[in-house]
Design a protein around this ligand. Structure first.
Ligand code: NCD
Ligand code: ZN
Length: 348
């Protein structure tokens, strides 16, 4: 068999992305806009994006920060709170401002303090969303401090996600950035209304990476990377050809000083080489024939959107992940696997 050295796919989308705001937004946005046609933009700013008006204003700031030659569409989300306004949310969906709603259980991750404290409080909103066909995007981790950090996803499935889907079988749900074989099995066990995004870092590293030659804050994200068998289950799921899994980087930039600190922030900034790293995973699994579905087709299908018209070509050519990305004002962000070799490149 001859080795594949080129692959051309429909222009991909990123179905889970943190863009931040201000100077950080300006620094990180070009990396996503040069590779992806659309992205689901997470609303966990501080304060979070909880209204259609705030989402519209944020969308305008993103569009204004785009490089002149970029063709990129941000798809906005609403941060769900205990006192969310169901009318504003479904109206925002009907008018195209919102694409989805994001559930951060309170205390689960970065800027989740405003998140949902009790699912009972948002059932009314979720019922309206189910009727409207509006997707719920879930950060699936139990927040009970008694639960071991490595078990939080599995416990969330049992305590929160399974009961929610049983109660509202018509609700479309994306289980975001799944990290365990438990999540893979759960997604496969349910109907078409449940899908999942998988990040490139969870396909690439296991939890050992956090402790290799000393503690490594740049490998720390939430949900935290798990044991090797979980990584292998994720690789099998995304390369299987199942329509239930699609690309979502969860690229989550934090200033270098906020990562390399006594209490380092959770989040891995993968945008600078995410597509190249995903291609490498599919290549290593001999599954490049399933790469287009994962990167460019399954996501739009789930969201009821058309796939992008354009195409992008990747080629097996050596490169290097940038060391640092400068942020105006003197700061910097460190990409995932900064300075490390790349096996695939995008033909620009
Ligand atoms: C995200 C962030 O920094 O906003 N961090 C992360 O580790 N993934 C929040 C999130 O998606 O959990
Ligand atoms: Zn995220």
């Amino acid at each position: 068999m001859t080795e594949t050295t080129d692959i051309t796919i429909r222009h991909p989308d990123d179905w889970h992305l943190h863009l931040r705001d201000g100077d950080m937004l300006k620094a990180v946005l070009p990396f996503t806009a040069r590779r992806f046609a659309r992205a689901i933009v997470m609303p966990n700013l501080d304060p979070p994006v909880t209204t259609a008006a705030a989402a519209e204003a944020y969308r305008d700031r993103i569009t204004a920060a785009l490089p002149a030659d970029a063709s990129f569409t941000p798809l906005m989300t609403c941060y769900l709170t205990d006192d969310a306004d169901a009318g504003d949310i479904v109206d925002g969906f009907a008018t195209g401002i919102f694409t989805a709603v994001k559930l951060f259980p309170a205390g689960a991750t970065t800027n989740s303090a405003y998140g949902v404290t009790d699912m009972g409080k948002v059932l009314g909103v979720l019922e309206r969303m189910a009727s409207a066909g509006m997707p719920l995007l879930v950060h699936g981790e139990a927040t009970d401090p008694g639960v071991d950090v490595f078990d939080r996803e599995a416990v969330f499935i049992d305590r929160t996600l399974a009961p929610l889907l049983d109660r509202l079988p018509g609700l479309k749900v994306v289980f975001e950035h799944i990290t365990t074989s438990d999540a893979v099995d759960f997604v496969l066990s349910r109907g078409d209304n449940l899908a999942a995004t998988v990040t490139v870092h969870h396909l690439t590293i296991n939890r050992n990476a956090l402790f290799e030659a000393g503690i490594n804050p740049h490998m720390y994200c939430l949900p935290v990377a798990k044991r090797e068998p979980h990584r292998l289950a994720l690789r099998k799921a995304v390369t299987s050809g199942s329509v239930k899994f699609f690309l979502g980087t969860d690229s989550a930039p934090h200033a270098l000083t906020a990562k390399e600190a006594a209490c380092g922030c959770a989040g891995i900034f993968s945008a600078p080489a995410a597509l190249e790293h995903y291609a490498q995973v599919f290549d290593e699994e001999n599954a490049l024939d399933h790469f287009e579905a994962f990167a460019s087709l399954n996501g739009p299908k789930f969201y009821g959107l058309a796939p992008n018209e354009g195409q992008i070509t990747l080629t097996k050519t050596a490169g290097t992940v940038p060391d640092n990305v400068a942020v105006k004002g003197g700061g910097a962000v460190k990409p995932f696997l900064a300075g490390q070799p790349l096996e695939w490149a995008v033909v620009d």
